[in-house]
Design a protein around this ligand. Structure first.
Ligand code: CP
Ligand code: NVA
Length: 298
């Protein structure tokens, strides 16, 4: 997330809003983008693919079986070969080190489409969604309830950049790491906002404008599912927890969601839920990100 400055992140959100309103089509004629994915995806794959097409470029999806990243071929070799064909690599990987190595060795731009460390494109689309619904970002109170994972990390850093007050509630053993909390707090100090970590979901949600959760078991952690279900029992977002939030509070989830686990169907399908706006906004944000990277500045 911190590859972007607060100004750049703000500009991307504003640019995505313009693109959503139908502005700036056919910006990438003859540009090619490779989607290099080690993990499954619905939203990220479809939104990047459509974003490239709608901007007039060409997109290639490369499945894990075809490429064998780091197995059939080394990561630097894949990066160098793809750099001879495409203008940008969008990578979804298990280990963040893989996307970092791709970025280091490719001669074209590499976008992180989710690693075990971060999910920055998701956070940008989420903040676009909050901006649309609340009319602003600075001063909004965001409660994240659940695993201190890739999604929580990118949300916290972007919250620090954009002046959102964020509280992250997780079980002690799954809390957001200290390095991220320190970085997010440093950014928040400049923006005049706060980053709070707690083990109390009710305290986190108290007075919140937005309540956000994510799966308790991320891709690659499936062997921990049973242990995690037990550890996160108190952290389900349900009607009782939402009642502690501010009047007209919104519910967000990056999806895929597990009904009856991290969120009840009542909340996910309820009036406060904006999860499908979030999903749609992935498309508009991907267009803004790709335009920023692939269109040379005047
Ligand atoms: N939110 C998100 O990244 O969804 P996918 O895993 O389906 O891409
Ligand atoms: N934390 C989840 C996000 C899925 C979009 C995962 O990494 O599986």
């Amino acid at each position: 997330m911190v590859d972007l400055s607060p100004d750049e992140a703000g500009q991307l959100i504003e640019q995505a809003l313009v693109m959503k309103q139908g502005g700036m089509r056919c910006l990438l004629p003859w540009r090619s983008v490779a989607l290099l994915f080690e993990k499954p995806s619905l939203r990220t794959r479809v939104s990047f693919d459509l974003a490239v097409s709608q901007l007039g470029g060409h997109c290639l999806y490369l499945s894990p079986q075809e490429v064998g990243l780091g197995q059939r071929e080394s990561v630097p070799d894949v990066a160098r070969v793809l750099s001879r064909y495409v203008d940008c690599i969008v990578a979804r990987v298990f280990s963040h080190e893989t996307v970092a190595l791709l970025a280091e060795t490719a001669t074209v731009s590499v976008i992180n489409a989710l690693s075990d460390l971060e999910h920055p494109c998701q956070a940008l689309a989420d903040f676009l969604t909050i901006r649309e619904h609340k009319g602003r970002l600075a001063g909004v109170r965001l409660a994240y309830v659940g695993d201190g994972n890739n999604v929580a990390r990118s949300l916290s850093l972007l919250a620090g950049m954009m002046g959102i007050d964020i509280v992250i509630a997780s079980p002690e053993e799954y809390r957001l790491d200290d390095v991220t909390v320190t970085s997010a707090r440093r950014l928040a100090a400049s923006a005049g906002s706060s980053v709070v970590v707690t083990e109390d979901p009710v305290a986190a949600v108290n007075g919140a404008d937005v309540v956000y959760t994510d799966t308790w078991t991320s891709m690659g952690q499936e062997h921990e599912t049973t242990v995690r279900r037990k550890a996160f029992e108190r952290f389900q977002v349900n009607g009782t927890l939402m009642a502690h939030a501010a009047p007209n509070a919104l519910f967000m989830h990056c999806m895929p969601a597990h009904h009856g686990e991290e969120v009840t169907s009542e909340v996910l399908n309820g009036e406060s839920s904006i999860v499908f706006d979030q999903a749609e906004n992935r498309l508009h944000m991907q267009k803004a990100i790709l335009s920023q990277i692939l269109i040379p500045a005047d």
